[in-house]
Design a protein around this ligand. Structure first.
Ligand code: MRU
Length: 349
């Protein structure tokens, strides 16, 4: 299994995704600030992995505290949560994980639980989120694998794999599961400029599994679709609004439009922790703008003339009308998503 993030006695150990595929190295975060840094610098990335990393960040903060009592720790707990919540704005899993920790802390505080026990409970909650994430990916795989064609090309964008989760992956979990079902799938991985999650990470982890994979430049998808090489598209999500619009890696929207134009099914696979019923539509999803250097430079080399205008939004929003189905661990949702999401949300309560 790919060790995306692991809790150890020394701290949280992350595979360094900025170095893959050329170098397999690890970063050990021993403080809340170090966990925040690995999230900001994208040593760890991908919505579910960011959420669980933040949960372990809270656990690390509780573990390291010098406070002697819960009352003394309470303001520090708030600061830890604020620090981690300020790392990346788009993936709602980050806020979902921190909220879950806040709820746990508030109820233990109210119950008068001593600090040493709260520390254990916070760590166990992070472990639970980790295990639940893998289980959710497996369940998504089972639901979504059945939707993929028995054979042919499947296009994915960015990396929504084991590296973006605690293991197995969302979109890549669906593909892995289809392959385990005996389907003859060939993956086309968009390289995903500017951070190249597809070329570097998706290609690396699918090759490790022996799943046939071809990396394409982002501008090649239309012509492959026209040539009949793509039978389905499956992508992940960073935040799904209550009406089914969803934010995912920049360029996902392009792929969705192309899929519609060519009559190709377009699936979005995400755990329920990515669904944000408080955000009514995609227009209200905050989109992270990242450092211009990700666009102007590659491998330390400058690509663009000095002073040229640059924009670098990390995500775009795909309107719900382009999505054939949303695959979650609870099942497969179809349009109208406002209704199917609400029904499934209520059924789980
Ligand atoms: O900027 P990143 O690499 O964190 O963006 C990741 C994506 O957009 C993924 O597709 C999304 O988080 C789903 S991961 C299961």
């Amino acid at each position: 299994m790919i060790p995306t993030l692991t809790w150890t006695d020394e701290g949280v150990r992350f595979i360094d995704q900025t170095k893959l595929p050329l170098e397999e190295s690890y970063v050990l975060a021993t403080t809340v600030d170090e966990v925040a840094d690995v999230i900001v610098t994208m040593v760890v990335r991908g919505a579910p992995a960011i959420g669980v990393s933040a949960a372990y960040g809270v656990a690390l903060g509780a573990h390291n505290t010098r406070a002697a009592t819960v009352t003394e720790f309470a303001p520090e707990f708030e600061q830890i949560c604020t620090r981690l919540a300020g790392t990346r704005p788009t993936a709602v899993n980050l806020f979902w994980a921190i909220d879950r920790m806040k709820k746990l802390f508030a109820s233990e505080l109210a119950a008068g639980t001593p600090l040493y026990q709260i520390k254990v409970k916070i760590l166990n909650e992070a472990h639970a989120m980790y295990d639940e994430d893998i289980a959710a990916c497996k369940a998504m795989g089972a639901h979504g694998g059945a939707l993929l064609p028995d054979e042919g090309g499947v296009l994915t964008h960015c990396n929504a794999g084991a590296l973006a989760t605690c293991g197995y992956g969302t979109a890549l979990g669906v593909i892995r599961s289809a392959v385990e079902m005996g389907k003859n799938i060939h993956v086309y991985a968009d390289e995903t400029r500017p951070f190249l999650q597809g070329a570097r990470l998706t290609a690396w982890e699918l090759m490790a599994d022996g799943i046939p994979t071809t990396v394409i430049c982002d501008n090649m998808a239309a012509s492959l679709m026209r040539a009949g090489k793509i039978k389905a598209v499956v992508v992940g999500a960073d935040r799904i609004a209550a009406n089914g619009d969803f934010a995912n890696k920049i360029g996902t929207y392009n792929v969705a439009i192309l899929a519609k134009e060519h009559g190709i099914p377009f699936y979005c696979a995400a755990p329920w922790s990515t669904i944000d019923m408080e955000t009514p539509t995609g227009d209200a999803i905050p989109i992270e703008e990242r450092n211009q250097k990700e666009v102007t430079h590659h491998g330390g080399k400058q690509l663009t003339p000095n002073g040229v205008g640059i924009c670098n939004p990390a995500f775009d929003v795909t309107p719900a009308k382009y999505t054939t189905a949303i695959i979650t661990e609870r099942g497969v949702l179809r349009a109208p998503y406002a209704e199917s999401l609400r029904t499934m949300e209520l059924a789980a309560k």
